[in-house]
Ligand binder design. Sequence first.
Ligand SMILES: *Cc1c(COP(=O)(O)O)cnc(C)c1O
Length: 225
Amino acid sequence: MIAQAISDIRRQLPPTTQLVAVSKFHPVEEIMQAYDAGQRIFGESHVQELVNKASQLPDDIQWHFIGHLQTNKVKQLLPHVALIHAVDTSHLLAEINKHSQRIGRSTPCLMEIHIAQEETKYGFTPEEAEAFLAEGTWRQMTGVTLAGIMCMASNVDDEQQIRDEFRRASTLFHRLRETYMTSEAEHAAFCQLSMGMSSDWHIAIAEGATLVRIGTTIFGERVKA
Ligand SMILES: *Cc1c(COP(=O)(O)O)cnc(C)c1O
């Protein structure tokens, strides 16, 4: 079932879009089923859970952290994570930078952008993201690599609204890239538009997502501990 779901999704993804299999709350046995079907990128939203799973599963898995990251968990997460999707404040980015520098690496990070109509505590507004990139101190942060943006659409049934939100994210992504990623290295690194989940990933890929984060469609409903 898991293998089938993965190949069904894969078949529909454009070659420029990668699948993040969101395995939060699902056991390592199920992750191994996905792994055996060729899946290598997995998304988790709790640090302890990601670290536990990483220690039990093959080394060539790329672990993406997709949840809200607390600054006091950064240090524990860093050795295991390939991409942090939801950097929602400059303070968090600075913290990731500090701890990454200490272990001599540069951690790829996406800026979480708040584009949905709904109220949420998390994410830069498009204006804040723009101001942050314009201000330029991120260029001194050798411990982080800005790799693009991540967003979530409103949790609504209105497909047109979801499409509009993803389209705004896509436009913003390209504009930020063209405006602020001025060196060749910056431009090349800032290449990911992470958007789309089980309910809306078809719309997200039509609007240019390069990463889709899909859990329920692959693994079934989550049973929370
Ligand atoms: C859980 C989660 C997903 C996956 O959601 P599904 O509806 O199960 O596909 C995607 N993105 C984020 C940020 C999540 O927390």
